[in-house]
Design a protein around this ligand. Structure first.
Ligand SMILES: [Zn+2]
Length: 159
């Protein structure tokens, strides 16, 4: 079981079928990127991502720890819930957020990052035709040339 935060979602390949992923409701609300939101909602429909909210006790525990490490001001409510959810389910966190990683380390939680160290990567989402390779923007569903169903693709861009 893995818990995703916003950076974990945005820096992933958006293929959530490989593992049991969990997110709290607050992450879904925090997600601004339209395409990422579509992919996550699709993952939820397919049962690859499940929504679960942490209990008050683990939220308090995370806040206490974050206060001690000095990370609390840098953590959003959603970030705190991600750590709390991982804490009560002994799950792994997927996040590129340094403050989340720091608090996770103190709480002895496993975590892993999507982006490489020191490099800020961003994905720009669009669609591509699997047959002719033509690129399209998000609103297209089928290829104008050959009629194939378009696939989502992420292009890596540097921030
Ligand atoms: Zn085509």
């Amino acid at each position: 079981m893995k818990v995703l935060d916003t950076s974990g979602i945005l820096h992933s390949d958006m293929d959530f079928s490989s593992s049991g992923y969990f997110i709290p409701n607050s992450i879904l609300r925090e997600l601004r990127d339209e395409n990422a939101k579509l992919m996550v909602e699709q993952g939820i429909r397919n049962g690859y991502i499940r929504i679960r909210d942490p209990n008050v006790r683990s939220i308090e525990k995370v806040k206490e720890t974050a206060k001690e490490t000095g990370d609390l001001p840098r953590l959003s409510e959603a970030d705190i819930e991600v750590i709390a959810l991982a804490l009560e389910n002994k799950a792994e966190i997927v996040s590129d957020d340094y403050s989340i990683q720091n608090v996770a380390r103190i709480l002895k939680l496993r975590y892993h990052t999507m982006a490489q160290r020191g490099i800020k990567k961003q994905y720009k989402w669009g669609k591509v035709c699997p047959s002719c390779g033509l690129k399209y923007t998000a609103e297209f569903k089928v290829c104008k040339v050959c009629g194939s169903r378009l696939r989502w693709v992420g292009e890596e861009t540097m921030e």
